[in-house]
Design a protein around this ligand. Structure first.
Ligand code: GLN
Ligand code: ZN
Length: 653
């Protein structure tokens, strides 16, 4: 499973083999077209284009490019287009978001071949080639030269591409202007789109210009009407899918009736946007001032890693290959039921807190019993690793029903960051201190990192994302300082979303990584040398951002590695990653309990490429979604594997 471009939507990566056979198997698109038609609605069916489809997958054997399969795949697309046309479809949308990535010659050739084959003057359907999540100027010539009938461009992420597109598009081609942001939840200042729409109409005529959202509305919540508990002012700034459609319809009137009919409405909307930008709810001078005062000194630990490591060894006296977990322990049915009872009023706050304490106590006793070296409190008080922090921070609001599909029927409810962010009060200190009071072993304080909090929220659009991220980083820095003061001297700051936040175009990577890493450093570097900072990452390939990971300068990083069977570690080894690292030794997404031998083998692979003194042993990620018997067996085996390896190392000594 992986994420769809830079969204939080997941899909199963198709796995192809050489000479892969493709067959038309599912007719969902046809059935849905027919279902709508029966209701009197003529729709434009949407298919993922063949080139993006192939590029979303991978070859399991051999080194051939997935694009070599194109000739085998195209007949299947022809067949489905045929069926759609038979059912009465005329326009068919083919999504090719791969065209917003960096240019590759084989992709350009594949696109050309595909659309030449699928679309011809006498074909029974019309193709709208749809692109989103960025600009397509890298491929513009290839695209317009194909016999496609229409093109959709994202003018939210890449408004500057419009001029080039208009220059090159043929007058008989239809252009769909993606002007309403499908990736965010703010009302638009609709007026700024009028010149764009007018320009397009001048070139193509009103019948050949379509007004649309920048991308699918899958990435925003459904509608605002259920949000009865939101602050009225903040609610008036928001725009979910249903409200975005109103915006689209309104802008559509420019073409059909001229802009004067919506002039009043435009003025009103512009005023609302201006009002939000100036609102005191949004802007706090004190917070902005603090951001301006951040210095380079605040981003660096006092001593370099090798010196810190000695001091930390002295302090914690951990064995070789220390064992730990990533933070969460099973969020069982009973934990979720208690939370529900609290919400419905069946359980009072005090009883709920008592219950959480009991769970934490049991979790710590369990970790002591199986012999882990660095313990965690279990995160039972957290519904979600971002929501929990957002609830303790100024500048965040939460919806009741702002769900966004993340995979299949699974959804997430991202917080909304509407204003300057500041910590209201300590967020985790009470839980971590309570947990530490129950054990003599080091208790790891657990925090979510600034980039991850940013990445998994809907973020305000009136200041650069990096400024918002810096404010979150300062809030986390305050929390880190309070934890340290309270005697929590191992602190983990999770950044699982650092990788997925990477811009789609490589040229934009360095700037993003610079501020992302700086924010992590700002959050973490205020501690004493003896305090051990951990970070954690998962979901993705990290080979291409090792510089950035090293620049974070966490004392220890735990990282998902088991699914790639430790090959990731080779990259860390070759890079000569300087700090300590805990490669995940088993996949927590699977109910399978790893055998001790399998863990030993994995660690031996790690030891072949990294110094044993650098290595920790831990699972791939938190075990929130697993049940206790699985966790019990898996961690037992993990600790046993660590002990056996330590014994072997002593003997060979
Ligand atoms: N500390 C978190 C947990 O264990 C990390 C989750 C994540 O990386 N996604 O649940
Ligand atoms: Zn993780």
């Amino acid at each position: 499973m992986t994420k769809w471009f830079d969204t939080n939507y997941h899909y199963l990566v198709p796995e192809f083999k050489e000479n892969q056979e493709f067959k038309l198997y599912a007719l969902k698109a046809v059935r849905e077209f027919e279902e709508a038609k029966a209701m009197g609605i003529h729709t434009r069916p949407v298919l993922l284009g063949p080139v993006s489809y192939l590029l979303s997958g991978r070859m399991v054997d051999g080194a051939a490019s997935v694009l070599t399969l194109l000739p085998l795949l195209l007949p299947v697309y022809e067949a489905i287009l045929d069926k759609l046309a038979e059912a009465g479809a005329d326009w068919i949308q083919m999504d090719e978001p791969c065209l917003v990535l960096d240019r590759a010659e084989d992709v350009a050739a594949a696109v050309h071949k595909t659309y030449k084959q699928l679309s011809s003057v006498d074909s029974r359907w019309k193709i709208q080639l749809t692109t989103y999540f960025g600009g397509i100027t890298n491929y513009l010539n290839d695209i317009v030269n194909c016999p496609i009938d229409g093109l959709h461009v994202d003018l939210v992420r890449a408004p500057e591409q419009l001029d080039q597109v208009l220059e090159i598009i043929r007058p008989d081609q239809q252009l769909s202007l993606g002007v309403i942001n499908g990736r965010n939840i703010w009302r638009s200042d609709l007026g700024i789109f009028i010149p764009m729409i007018e320009k397009a109409i001048t070139k193509l005529g009103e019948n050949n210009v379509i007004i649309s959202s920048s991308c699918s509305l899958l990435h925003v919540p459904f509608g605002l009407e259920e949000e009865t508990e939101l602050d009225e002012e903040i609610k008036s700034w928001l725009c979910f899918a249903k409200e975005k459609m109103d915006e689209i319809v309104l802008l559509g009137k420019v073409g059909t009736q001229g802009k004067s009919v919506i002039a009043d409405e435009l003025t009103k909307r512009q005023a609302a946007v201006q009002f939000r930008r100036k609102s005191e709810k949004v802007n706090q001078l004190r917070i902005k001032e603090r951001g301006r005062k951040v210095t380079a000194r605040m981003l660096a630990r006092n001593a370099p890693f090798n010196e810190r490591k000695k001091m930390q060894q002295e302090k914690f006296r951990l064995p070789l290959l220390p064992t730990t977990t990533i933070g969460s322990f099973p969020q069982t049915q009973s934990v979720r039921l208690k939370r529900r009872d609290l919400k419905s009023g069946k359980l009072n706050q005090e009883a709920y807190q008592q219950f959480l304490k009991e769970e934490t106590r049991k979790c710590i006793a369990f970790q002591e019993e199986i012999g882990l070296d660095v313990l965690v409190h279990g995160e039972f008080e957290r519904t979600d690793m971002v929501e929990y922090f957002g609830e303790h921070l100024d500048g965040f609001v939460f919806t009741k029903n702002g769900w966004v599909q993340s995979y299949g029927s699974r959804c997430v409810k991202p917080p909304i960051i509407y204003g300057d962010v500041e910590r209201k009060e300590p967020m985790t200190v009470a839980w971590s201190s309570f947990a530490q009071s129950l054990t003599k072993k080091p208790m790891k304080g657990m925090l979510t990192g600034p980039v991850t909090i940013l990445q998994w929220s809907f973020v305000r659009d009136d200041q650069p994302r990096k400024d918002t991220c810096q404010q979150i980083a300062l809030a986390i820095r305050d929390e880190v300082a309070d934890l340290e003061r309270a005697g929590i001297h191992v602190i983990q700051i999770d950044e699982p979303a650092l990788r997925e936040g990477l811009p789609l175009k490589k040229t934009e990577w360095p700037a993003y990584l610079k501020w992302g890493v700086d924010c992590f450093r700002l959050a973490s570097a205020g501690v004493k040398n003896e305090t051990q900072i951990h970070t954690h990452m998962c979901y993705g390939d990290f080979e291409d951002i090792l510089d950035a990971i090293a620049a974070m300068d966490a004392d220890v990083i735990s990282i998902e590695a088991s699914r790639s069977d430790m090959v990731l570690l080779t990259a860390f080894g070759e890079f000569k990653y300087p700090n300590d690292i805990g490669p995940g030794v088993y996949d927590i997404h699977s109910p399978l309990v790893p055998e001790k031998e399998a863990i030993i083998n994995r660690m031996k692979k790690a030891m072949a490429v990294m110094a044993v003194e650098q290595l920790w042993i831990n699972p791939d990620c938190g075990v929130k979604t697993r049940n206790w018997p699985e966790v019990n067996d898996a961690l037992h085996n993990m600790v046993a594997a660590a002990k056996e390896l330590r014994g072997q190392i002593k003997i060979s000594g």
